[in-house]
Write a protein that binds this ligand. Structure first.
Ligand SMILES: *Cc1c(COP(=O)(O)O)cnc(C)c1O
Length: 430
């Protein structure tokens, strides 16, 4: 398999774009090697610039639940394009997509669309602060909420303390209102509420997908709800990844825990740039022009994006069995790979939620970011590059989630498991 075309393209890109990429994880830095440059996608497959074909388990990091070039989404986009790309004025499609999302999420009465998940979370945090009149926010180590200043705080060890920015360029002053707690550890949350009586919101990925796939315990989420109620704090579920991936009705429908605010993105744009945040009317009506909390966007609710999102969510809503079909495939995939790993003396921890799957090459259960960090990243890097050579495109970091699309058939899943058997043999021998 030659990847000379990708190597050459990457070399040129690096001279013009920092690191050769427009989003860091694409650079393959954590697995070594060089990124594959993509020519086209079709169904379950990606084709690179050298003509190599791969089964795609990344799906643009989540959005493409119907695979590449889904017919309904593609034709909706083409029709929308013919009417014009953007108006900066309202269109019916925005209301239609809003109505669809509201009909599927019990906790959302009103929603506003933006252009990325980062923007959605940033705006939801401002709204929570404006609504409560408080400054502090609480997040969890290992949860990713986009790259806005006050959320770019992870800290190393799950220390429960006011956060330090994890990137140069973020003034410490901007993150001094960000408190950190450990995922699935309620005592660490309680301690934050002793340290501060000014917490506007707790923000959590209720199914964390950015430290590998690590779902929050149901009991933990119930406890968060209780603490929020006792303290007049809002609970934000960041479902930019899990929304319409784990369930079409949100994590609320899985756990029975109702958030005050929900952030969405990825799947709701059908592959176009998108984000959204929603809540009950009383909260959303604080937003400008209805209320005093300012938020805006030139391309927000873009008609082409709305058309793609409408096509995707309409298909999801129509097919109520879809999520369980995708989950059965996801489960078969990780269970099959786990069996093959075990045969080679490699321990594997596996999790699925709907069309999301995760695995850690590790002997013990992963409940939080510290556990995730203790996994064998060298072994993962070997797994990644060998699977790539076999024609399977997995996320290039052990801290990412994998995705099943409707285009990934049972047969493809079985082929993947067989390939993993060869790969585990190879990498366990040295
Ligand atoms: C991807 C993601 C974001 C950021 O969304 P972008 O569209 O990349 O800005 C925020 N939160 C979570 C949970 C995500 O997975």
């Amino acid at each position: 398999m030659s990847t000379n075309g990708s190597l050459k393209a990457f070399e040129q890109a690096q001279t013009l774009i920092p690191g050769g990429v427009n989003s860091p994880v694409r650079a393959f830095a954590s697995v070594g090697g060089s990124p594959i440059f993509i020519d086209e996608g079709q169904g379950a497959y990606l084709t690179d610039v050298d003509g190599n074909k791969y089964v795609d388990y990344v799906q643009s990091w989540g959005p493409l639940i119907f695979g590449h070039r889904d017919e309904a989404i593609e034709s909706a986009v083409i029709e929308a394009v013919k009417n014009g790309l953007s108006f900066g004025a309202p269109t019916q499609a925005e209301t239609d997509l809003a109505e669809l999302v509201v009909s599927m999420f019990d906790s959302i009465d009103k929603i506003r669309f933006v252009s990325s998940g980062t923007e959605a979370v940033m705006s939801a945090i401002r709204l929570a602060r404006g609504y409560t009149g408080r400054d502090d926010i609480l997040k969890f180590t290992g949860c990713y909420h986009g790259h806005s200043d006050c959320l770019l705080v992870e800290a190393g060890s799950g220390a429960v303390t006011f956060g330090n920015p994890s990137s140069p360029g973020v003034p410490a002053d901007f993150t001094k209102h960000t408190l950190l707690a450990e995922y699935n550890n309620i005592e660490s949350v309680k301690k934050c509420f002793i340290d501060s009586s000014d917490i506007a919101c707790i923000i959590i990925e209720p199914i964390a997908g950015n430290m590998g796939l690590v779902p929050a315990d149901k009991e933990f989420l119930h406890e968060l709800r209780k603490i929020c109620d006792e303290n007049g704090t809002l609970l934000i579920f960041d479902e930019v990844m899990s929304g319409f991936r784990a369930s079409i009705n949100g994590v609320e429908s899985i756990t029975g825990v109702r958030p005050d605010l929900v952030t969405l993105g990825k799947v709701i744009g059908g592959g176009m740039p998108v984000g959204a945040f929603g809540a009950r009317s009383e909260i959303m009506d604080q937003l400008s022009p209805e209320g005093p909390v300012y938020q805006a966007g030139t391309l927000s609710g873009n008609p082409v994006t709305m058309a793609a999102g409408l096509a995707a969510l309409t298909k999801l809503k129509k097919n109520s069995q879809l999520m369980s079909v995708l989950n059965a495939r996801a489960t078969r995939l990780v269970e099959g790979m786990k069996t093959e790993a075990k045969a080679c003396g490699i321990g594997m921890q596996i999790t699925t939620r709907g069309s999301m799957f995760g695995f850690f090459l590790n002997d013990t259960e992963v409940k939080n970011f510290a556990d995730a960090c203790s996994c064998d990243s060298d072994l993962f890097a070997k797994f990644h590059s060998s699977m790539l050579k076999e024609g399977f495109y997995f996320a290039c970091s052990l801290y990412e989630t994998g995705f099943i699309s409707t285009a990934i058939t049972d047969e493809i899943v079985e082929d993947t498991i067989k390939a993993s058997a060869r790969v585990f043999k190879e990498i366990s021998n040295g």
